[in-house]
Design a protein around this ligand. Structure first.
Ligand code: OGA
Ligand code: ZN
Ligand code: ZN
Length: 373
């Protein structure tokens, strides 16, 4: 650009002064060891304005120095930082990585025959493979790790490769197999329609793992549905129903002899800009909805519509878990399902929960190490 005025200088004069000053990187404003901010917003003088502004050489390229009025504080902003972060710049009001804005929505045809996957050996031995696998959880909502040793509690080792196990009332891990006195239909041979897990928990576990140890039963095939895609379709086809599902809080609950959990959230959660961010959908734990008759009528029509959409065959990716497969997926986006199976056959999965923030952190650190290598 040859406007005569370097972009960064206008970036300084055009930027809201409190915003710019809040981002001062100097050692008085941020602790040099931790990078953490040392002042409160209330510590900044009122009526801040950039006084003298000049270009200066910085460590990693040109920088802009501002002497602030009224307190004479001196800030230096790298030009590259200004270019990346200035108001109205490339970041816009970028997503946090969790909303539809940062996802690749899919239908079954997009992934049939090419499930995002990695072998356990490559995943544990090769940083680039691990980065791709974790990226796939963020972008597509899942990855299928294959050849994960069929050992008891191995699912916990999988979780530890990218984060922290979220222990729940089911334990550190849960056994998905036919139980004599089940406290959940998952622990029978019944078919389970597309659902997200634990919507009765607040906060909900955002990552789920299912590690297949045995799958010899007749039936017991797996299915995944991209809930963000389904919600986006609902918004397209019936915007009113979509709106209802983002606004009506639903009470989900889980009760057994030792537990009584409840949480109230809408089926479709959107971020402050209206972008789809979380799906909760689980008929097994859906409680009694309260509200006026018209609200209940409208909710149930919308709920049914969304339910029908989630059952469209073209949205459901079908596959069968083999021993050694470990599915790692975003429990706030994907719905998982299984077909019924003969209770006499051998089918055993071990499941566990973890969280997406830890996964995002692991991915960022792997990328940082990759860039430094
Ligand atoms: C579960 C579940 C699916 C399966 O345990 O949460 O949905 O394949 N299991 O058994
Ligand atoms: Zn400062
Ligand atoms: Zn489940």
């Amino acid at each position: 650009m040859t406007t005569g005025v370097p972009m960064s200088s206008t970036a300084i004069t055009d930027a809201p002064a409190p915003w710019l000053r809040d981002n001062c990187p100097c050692g008085d404003c941020r602790d040099p060891r931790t990078g953490q901010k040392l002042f409160q917003i209330t510590d900044l003088p009122a009526g801040l304005a950039p006084g003298a502004v000049r270009e200066v050489p910085g460590d990693g390229g040109p920088a802009w120095e501002v002497v602030w009025e009224p307190d004479g504080h001196r800030s230096r902003y790298p030009a590259a930082w200004l270019d990346a972060h200035s108001p109205g710049g490339p970041r816009g009001s970028g997503g946090d990585g969790r909303t539809e804005a940062d996802k690749e929505l899919w239908t079954a045809a997009d992934l049939t025959g090419r499930l995002p996957g990695a072998s356990w050996d490559a995943y544990t031995g090769d940083r680039a493979v691990r980065i791709r696998a974790l990226e796939s959880v963020r972008r597509l909502g899942f990855v299928l790790l294959r050849g994960v040793p069929c050992r008891d509690r191995m699912v916990l080792d999988v979780a530890q490769t990218f984060g922290f196990v979220r222990r729940t009332n089911y334990g550190e891990l849960f056994e998905v197999r036919v139980e004599a006195g089940p406290n959940n239909l998952a622990f029978t041979g019944a078919a389970i329609g597309p659902h997200t897990d634990n919507p009765y928990r607040d906060p909900v576990p955002t990552v789920q793992m299912l590690h297949c140890l045995r799958n010899e039963a007749l039936g017991g095939d797996s299915g995944l549905v991209d809930g963000f895609h389904a919600a986006a379709l609902l918004r397209e086809e019936d915007p009113r129903a979509f709106g209802v599902l983002t606004r009506v809080p639903v009470e989900f609950s889980f009760t057994d002899t030792r537990t009584e959990l409840r949480a109230q959230r809408p089926l479709i959660d959107v971020d402050p800009l209206g972008r789809i961010r979380e799906i909760r959908y689980n008929n097994r734990s859906f409680g009694t909805l309260h509200g006026s008759a018209p609200v209940l009528e409208e909710f149930y029509a919308a709920y049914r519509r969304f339910g029908e959409l989630l059952l469209r065959p073209e949205l459901r990716l079908d596959f069968r878990l083999a021993p050694g497969d470990c599915l790692v997926f975003d429990n706030t986006r994907l719905l998982h399902a299984r077909t019924a199976f003969a209770e006499s056959g051998g089918r055993h999965l071990q499941g566990a929960y973890a969280d997406l923030d830890g996964l995002g952190s692991a991915l960022a650190v792997l990328r940082r190490e990759g860039a430094a290598a």
